[in-house]
Design a protein around this ligand. Structure first.
Ligand SMILES: Cc1cc2nc3c(=O)[nH]c(=O)nc-3n(C[C@H](O)[C@H](O)[C@H](O)COP(=O)(O)OP(=O)(O)OC[C@H]3O[C@@H](n4cnc5c(N)ncnc54)[C@H](O)[C@@H]3O)c2cc1C
Length: 409
């Protein structure tokens, strides 16, 4: 049995330092510009592709790190660089995870490479689950997928919203209701291949933070896709639906996991790690500033009122990272989240990022409130972590339900 350690091994340190170097040299210097432009930073994604950070191979290597720490380490470093640009780099991963979680080997091999493209011609992918009336309440989804047996095609209709890379993606993964009577258990995920007629971008959102990441509506009007674009295949779906119908008939049914939730569960600790990256970035700026800014003839960190805030900030960041690492280790070791450890890590890390970035602004005083210093942007960026991939309230619901076994509302 392996000895317990929280120390990274030499390979992990090497990878972490390499990603950190890219974040410091390429991402951070570009952050303010792309935040103002509110556009996808294609040249930075291309740089990431050139050095090997934007590719399935990169994520696969991190994913298969036996300690489970590869992905959280990578996320923390990239988001330390800048959250908006980093989300543009890793946003494709959410769609890729959707395929990995629900797809066959053939689908994984066919579609994931098309999500990334290559360094000469980079592509992005989008995962489209949320809808205007179905955010936290995934079961309220209205997008329909109807099977046209004669043509062996699926026909998708509906409107998706808040999709990262929506409309600019080469490949869209769309979650749709096949059997609306079953609620979220009647959902399935579909690949919409590049240039499929009927898929268009709706409104592109102007956002509070992570402005370098593209977020938009995706409109699906009689989108016809081949039968093989159903992730997991028709037999598996038919089996799953039959079991769900049986459970509904028997008056149960909570145990069948829906397609979107499988994606989110796997990705929650990773989102926690992104939040840790942003929090750590703001904390470092605040620490440096507090040591060099002089008022009343001494550095402001000489005041316990400032120093203790920094002590709390760092303590909370480290605690958040430990929760993220625990959940990531559990996931990679195949241990179920019996106490909703994935949700705990996302909840604590995202709330910490919001709090720490706000404290960083306070420590920088007037400078912190301006765009001359990065903490203002980091605070705007941090607000997303308590919203996407399940809001903090939804994480608390998941944790409370898991711990109590009660249907808390
Ligand atoms: C920048 C950005 C990128 C995104 N990227 C994607 C993406 O790539 N793909 C995708 O599918 N989605 C994406 N989303 C959508 C995101 O996951 C949803 O915004 C999120 O799930 C919340 O849904 P909602 O916005 O409809 O809020 P609502 O569900 O309407 O919630 C509003 C408020 O009510 C609270 N609330 C709701 N229900 C309960 C309850 N039962 N108990 C207590 N409080 C509750 C919520 O916590 C929240 O505070 C993105 C969102 C943003 C902003």
């Amino acid at each position: 049995m392996a000895e317990f350690t929280l120390e990274l091994n030499d390979d992990q340190k090497q990878v972490r330092d390499w990603i950190h170097g890219f974040a410091a040299d390429v991402i951070r210097p570009a952050a303010a510009e792309w935040d103002e432009r509110e556009e996808t930073p294609w040249p930075v994604i291309q740089e990431a592709a050139k050095v090997g950070i934007y590719s399935l191979d990169f994520y696969a290597q991190q994913f298969f790190d036996p300690t489970g720490l590869g992905i959280p380490m990578a996320m923390e470093e990239l988001f330390w660089g800048d959250a908006g640009i980093a989300l543009s780099i890793v946003g494709t991963g959410l769609a890729a995870v959707g395929v990995l979680a629900n797809g066959t080997e053939e689908q994984i091999g066919t579609w994931i490479p098309q999500m990334y493209g290559d360094a000469a011609d980079v592509k992005v992918a989008a995962f489209c689950s949320s809808e205007p009336d179905a955010g936290s309440d995934v079961a309220a989804m209205r997008t329909r997928a109807v099977y046209d047996e004669a043509k062996d095609e699926w026909v998708l209709n509906g409107t998706k919203t808040w999709a990262t890379n929506g409309g600019i993606a080469n490949v869209h993964v769309v979650v749709a209701a096949v059997d609306p009577e079953l609620g979220s258990k009647g959902h399935a995920s579909f690949i919409v291949p590049p240039n499929t007629p009927g898929l268009s971008q709706g409104q592109k959102f102007k956002k509070h933070g992570i402005r370098a990441s593209h977020t938009a509506e995706v409109v699906l009007e009689d989108v016809r896709i081949p039968g093989h674009c159903l992730l997991g295949g028709k037999d598996k779906l038919d089996d799953r639906l039959a079991r769900a119908r049986e459970r509904v008939k028997a008056g149960g049914g909570e145990r069948v996991k829906n397609a979107a939730m499988a994606t989110f569960e796997a990705s929650r600790p990773a989102v926690g790690a992104m939040a840790v990256g942003t929090a750590r970035a703001a904390y470092e700026v605040a620490l440096d500033y507090a040591k060099t800014r002089t008022q009343f003839g001494r550095p402001i960190i000489d005041n316990q009122g400032i120093a203790f805030q920094l002590a709390d900030m760092r303590t909370q960041i480290d605690a958040a990272r430990l929760l993220v690492w625990r959940a990531s280790w559990m996931a990679s070791a195949g241990k179920p989240f019996t106490s909703a450890e994935g949700s705990m890590s996302k909840l604590y890390a995202s709330e910490t990022a919001k709090k720490v970035t706000a404290q960083a602004i306070q420590i920088l005083g007037g400078n912190g409130y301006t765009r001359e210093y990065p903490v203002e942007r980091m605070h705007r960026d941090a607000a997303i972590y308590t919203i996407f991939e399940g809001t903090s309230e939804i994480q608390r619901l998941v944790i409370a339900r898991t711990l109590s076994g009660m249907p808390i509302r």
